[in-house]
Design a protein around this ligand. Sequence first.
Ligand code: G6P
Length: 363
Amino acid sequence: EQAGKGEYDHFMLKEIHEQPTSLSQAIEGRIDPVDGRIALADFEPGTFADVDSVQFVACGTSYHAALYGSLALNQAGIRSTALLANEYSVSSPPIDDDTLVIAVSQSGETADTLAALRQAAYEGADTLALTNVVGSTAAREADDALFIRAGPEIGVAATKTFSSQAVMLTLLAQRIAADLQGEPPADLEALLPELESMPAAIDEVLAESAAKDIARRYSDSEAYFFIGRGLGYPVALEGALKFKEITYEHAEGFASGELKHGPLALVTPETPVFAIFTGEEDEKTLKNAEEAQTRGAPVIAVCPDDHPAVEAADDHLSIPDTEPDLAGLLANVQLQLVSYHAADLLDRPIDKPRNLAKSVTVE
Ligand code: G6P
């Protein structure tokens, strides 16, 4: 097993460090080489021309990637919603001929997600599986499959597959918008160079991260909160999920604006708040973070070095400047590292947390 981990103490840390490579693999060859502006050139032109709305079904970390994708689709003007696969049989939005249902599942074997996928197909939706495993049940059963090419992920807590899923869904949003509008959306031009520099940006985060110091500084806290807005919201949820999965400490993620609608009652000097800034109404998120500070909570800003939040916050986790579509993914790498180091300090079995399985094949 040690051989598989290479120079790292845990698979999770190895997989966090693999993200520059896994992202390069995910995007390689997927931009049309002739036009240079068509995302996901692996689908026939016009594949998504009839899509009227998109429903995502997924669980766990994949649900957070699905939510990320759904918000990206909405921002591209496409009706979309992300649903927990295990809630789908009780209440799912109506399906018609032009509904595309996308199952997001690293393994392609999660029972809840397969059940939702089957229900959607039965009700007449077109289906697509976004997965890491070629030959998985989801890939075989869906009408179409899109592979994230992240390579095997051994750590139970998903890391590199989340970033690849989110990037693929960002591209898919561009592609569906292009098929519907007959031409690539204008923002693709700004997005592509940023996308291509993501591996280098992640390398920078990995090389210079202050996550270990931050994990140590706040290691005696009572609970850990994560807030974000827009595409930072699913990242806040994912940051908290990762933290609770491997540290066994209490962690929650909230939409920044929701803090004042309840969670603020939990905020004390013993509850650090990680605030994610993606360039989407950051001034409001900063205000929300300051509301937590007023209650004595230390705020750790996850943002570029020249961001106003650096001055206002108690601590800072730096990310390179990029497009709002991608900033959350850089923030997520910092949060993965914080969780990892916090769990390591507590001597948790990081790759195999208690009570959890890599793939849950029962409903
Ligand atoms: C399990 C794992 C999670 C994972 C979820 C969905 O609960 O512990 O890390 O996110 O399943 O897995 P999937 O393979 O469908 O992405």
